[in-house]
Design a protein around this ligand. Structure first.
Ligand SMILES: [Zn+2]
Length: 394
């Protein structure tokens, strides 16, 4: 068993819970003092035990969106050295700030995952994450540098360049998205490149996959496969460590987890720039607290579905409202549409009406192409637009 941070990852439960209470108390003091939103909400709040957290107010993604850009920061902007944009409710922007200490801590948290995946200072770690996962790539790079592995981080768009790098740089660990891993395997198959000719030992995926996908990628690349589970509006990667038993241990010295009505709530215990109290992640989750064979003592998460209808197209997060907004600026504004997410694109079926085309100068194909290029330009996703007859009663 490889453990990066034995003190915290193997900490006896009683000691870990005591640490959480102390950090939660300190968090409340900082929030009261430094974040206007919390000042009155928690003015009289006191926590003596972890159970007392249920008396504290929750924070919704909408609360964070209302404070955009810097209203949730607990420190002046001059102490915040890194800003990351992320996607809030219905696609509105949120910003996460990090201090120097936050970034160092982020590196240590991701290092826990890398070490659990077998990465050492002798390894070459190749990171190919693009699209909506750019921020994750920076987190993995911090983690790999913390472990003192050699890091090469590239955009994943050119599969040829990726293959050339896998062959010439001889990385032992590849961090990428499940869809990019599938694409690599497809191209390697087509070109008869034997995965054994590469030096890869481990594939670390940017998000959880089902058992079937895991087995397919394992067999296609002849590697061990591990997954990350994070929450991009809080921390991703760095929230959990997937151990060799395939379970997601929460980094509980830094995050307090609860499940409320099936939804995962996260409280950041150590973060300086942007602490969050009982943040509603809009993700379904279960918390498991039994003993794991790996020896880690922290609670384990079983992630479920998203609760806010967020879709994912080619690894880019997307809300239906964003699609309606793009369509709203075309001649199809107000028309009913349905969505279907395919491997790398979204298929949008728009109900056609006579009015739409009675005085249309453009041919229909022109309009389809125009709308499709709008999606690419504004949301960075590939869309296929199909016009269909109106549904009955429509
Ligand atoms: Zn474990």
């Amino acid at each position: 068993m490889s453990v990066f941070d034995r003190r915290y990852e193997l900490m006896p439960r009683a000691e870990l819970e005591q640490l959480q209470i102390e950090r939660l108390q300190a968090l409340l003091v900082r929030l009261k003092r430094n974040v206007r939103r919390y000042r009155e909400l928690i003015a009289d709040a006191r926590v003596e035990s972890l159970g007392d957290i249920e008396k504290l107010p929750m924070t919704t993604p909408e609360d964070v969106a209302c404070s955009f850009p810097y209203g949730m920061f607990a420190l002046p902007l001059r102490e915040v050295i890194r800003l990351h944009s992320t996607m809030g409710p219905d696609g509105c922007p949120l910003v996460i700030g990090h201090t120097q200490n936050d970034l160092a801590q982020w590196g240590r948290l991701v290092a826990r995952q890398l070490v659990a995946s077998g990465v050492t200072s002798n390894d070459v770690v190749m990171i190919t994450l693009g699209g909506g996962l750019y921020r994750g790539a920076l987190g993995y790079a911090l983690g790999a540098e913390t472990v003192e592995a050699s890091v090469i981080a590239e955009e994943p768009y050119h599969i040829d360049a990726q293959l050339a790098m896998l062959q010439s740089y001889r990385p032992t660990t590849l961090i990428t998205s499940p869809s990019n891993a599938d694409e690599l395997i497809r191209v390697m198959d087509a070109r008869r490149i034997d995965p054994q000719s590469l030096h890869l030992r481990t594939l670390l995926l940017s998000r959880p996959v089902d058992g079937e996908t895991r087995e397919r990628l394992k067999a296609g690349m002849l590697v061990g496969v591990q997954c990350n589970f994070g929450v991009d509006t809080v921390l991703d990667p760095g929230l959990c460590v997937e151990c060799e038993a395939g379970r997601f241990h929460v980094n509980e010295d830094q995050f307090l987890v609860e499940v409320h009505d099936g939804e995962l709530l996260l409280t950041t215990l150590g973060r300086e720039a942007m602490p969050l109290l009982r943040y509603r992640t809009r993700m379904a989750c279960e918390i498991v607290r039994d003993k794991c064979s790996c020896g880690r003592t922290s609670a384990m998460l079983q992630p479920g579905e998203r609760l806010d209808g967020r879709l994912r197209v080619n690894e880019i997060p997307l809300y239906e409202k964003q699609i309606a907004e793009v369509l709203g600026q075309t001649p199809t504004a107000g028309h009913r549409f349905t969505l279907r997410v395919e491997e790398r694109k979204v298929v949008i079926e728009i109900e056609m009406t006579n009015e739409l085309f009675s005085d249309m100068i453009w041919p229909i194909v022109h309009l389809q192409r125009k709308i499709e290029s709008e999606f690419l330009a504004r949301l960075g996703i590939e869309a296929e637009v199909i016009f269909v007859a109106p549904s009955p009663g429509g």
